[in-house]
Write a protein that binds this ligand. Sequence first.
Ligand SMILES: *[C@@H]1O[C@H](CO)[C@@H](O)[C@H](O)[C@H]1NC(C)=O
Ligand SMILES: *[C@@H]1O[C@H](CO)[C@@H](O)[C@H](O)[C@H]1NC(C)=O
Ligand SMILES: *[C@@H]1O[C@H](CO)[C@@H](O)[C@H](O)[C@H]1NC(C)=O
Ligand SMILES: *[C@@H]1O[C@H](CO)[C@@H](O)[C@H](O)[C@H]1NC(C)=O
Length: 509
Amino acid sequence: MVQRVKTVAAALLTLATAHLALPSHSLPAFVHPSVDAAAKTSPTNETLSLTIQLRLQPALDIPAHVKSDPQALGLFVKKTVDEHASRTQASLLEVLRSLGEEVTFLQSFSVSNTLVVDLTPTALTVIRTHEDILSIHVNGAFKARLPAPASHRPSEPHQANLAQSPAQWNLHQIGADQVWSEGFTGQNLIYAAADTGVRYTHQALLPNYAGLQKNGTVNHNFVWYDGVRRPVNPNVRNLLCPPPMQFPCDDFGHGTHVMATAVGKDGFGVATSAKWIACRNMDGGVGRPETYLNCLQFFIAPTNLAGQGADPSRRPAVIGNSYGCANDEMCDPNTFTSAIATLRAAGIFMAVASGNDGQQGCSSVDSPPATSGQVTVVGAVDRHLAIPSWSSHGQVPGRNPTNRGVDLVAPGVAINSAWFDTDTDNATISGTSMAAPHVAGAVLLVASACPHLERNVDAIQTLLEQTATPVFPSVTNCGDRLTQVPNSFAGYGQVNVTAAVAQCLRGGA
Ligand SMILES: *[C@@H]1O[C@H](CO)[C@@H](O)[C@H](O)[C@H]1NC(C)=O
Ligand SMILES: *[C@@H]1O[C@H](CO)[C@@H](O)[C@H](O)[C@H]1NC(C)=O
Ligand SMILES: *[C@@H]1O[C@H](CO)[C@@H](O)[C@H](O)[C@H]1NC(C)=O
Ligand SMILES: *[C@@H]1O[C@H](CO)[C@@H](O)[C@H](O)[C@H]1NC(C)=O
């Protein structure tokens, strides 16, 4: 799989170089080989599901007076990408509509300027040379590499301990408890996670659910969206959470666990009073580009349950991303790059798990969204600040000036958090999935302590990096000098939210 990722990247590079002298509109679209493989084996009366990435990206040049006004910023970015998408998709949409019944499904995304289309192989031959297309990939189901090394799979979930106990080791290790005692708990901020869903009635999660009203009723509009609009695998019926769900539901456990690590009560969460919203991007642990896109589109401007009334003022401050688009055949890196640029421009911080493929060595950060330079990539450490062998690390060429694949680390070994079986269960599991929400929670604590930093993703990222506790790999070093900071295993080191808050309160950021 790693090899095939490289092949795709190389193919794109070759195309770009070979045609450098030509006007950009003459570049042929990159059609992933798996598209033609699927077309060849598909009977002519059956459709293929594809993602079509448009060539032109919007210029997100944001005027200073807009940048400094969070409300105006959200509206500006949403309006810019919407107008750009409707302008640049118009010609291709006209062709697709003219194909009548040859096209059975069509959805347009402005967050990344992408179309998801189900069409016949005949229709594909008509559109594949359209000059507005950058790339075409299969919108296929793939199993996201969710956690976790088997030895730390949840055993028998037990009742959560409700007593006000000292902060769990993982929260203490990043200095969250010190920041709480100063009165900063993520208040007045919105957190979002795109994952396997959430058991919203869990006692550690319900109090912070943005859908909970003062009178105790719940309203799921604008705070929950099922990115699984249709089954990812039509042959597998999802009995626990049949899509599309009209309220938050988790069929896997992973989404509930990572949500509570960022914003849960009962001693599980970092930012104990931030409100959460959520979007499901996996169906039984399996997602596809369409489900990932549905969630990223929802987060720039949350909608009601029917997908209407998009409102950028409800967008989150931070998104936790504990998944990777692991199979290159199913995932266009251009699409993620484009969506991530939109989210960052709107002032949304993306905390992303580095992956659990560390055994594959120094290029084991290989799956979008972690390969993007515009997200904060988080690896795992244990309670002794040691990096587990499975924490993905190494170089991603061009990601940043030092090509490092990891920006920060956080606790990710044997993390106790909420579990999805009942409203009181908890489980102890491991993975970089568990590390990323610690950094997301740290961002919320910093933004509640230093509101002038809200929506300033660059400043918060720099602050967390500069105040992190350096961590060094013990075995190999992927070409880094021995005590190099940042290094390609741990980036700048373990997030230290006590130090980060102290520095921003001093006016150091
Ligand atoms: C496609 O055509 C074949 C042969 O005519 C038929 O058996 C099959 O059911 C058709 N499939 C669909 C999806 O219509
Ligand atoms: C609870 O509050 C919501 C929002 O304020 C309101 O729409 C709803 O009617 C109330 N429900 C009850 C049962 O009081
Ligand atoms: C559940 O949490 C309690 C403490 O809150 C802990 O003692 C217990 O080991 C946890 N159970 C699991 C399965 O992790
Ligand atoms: C985090 O920063 C605080 C304040 O500078 C310091 O006292 C603490 O030792 C640091 N924690 C770690 C794990 O480095």
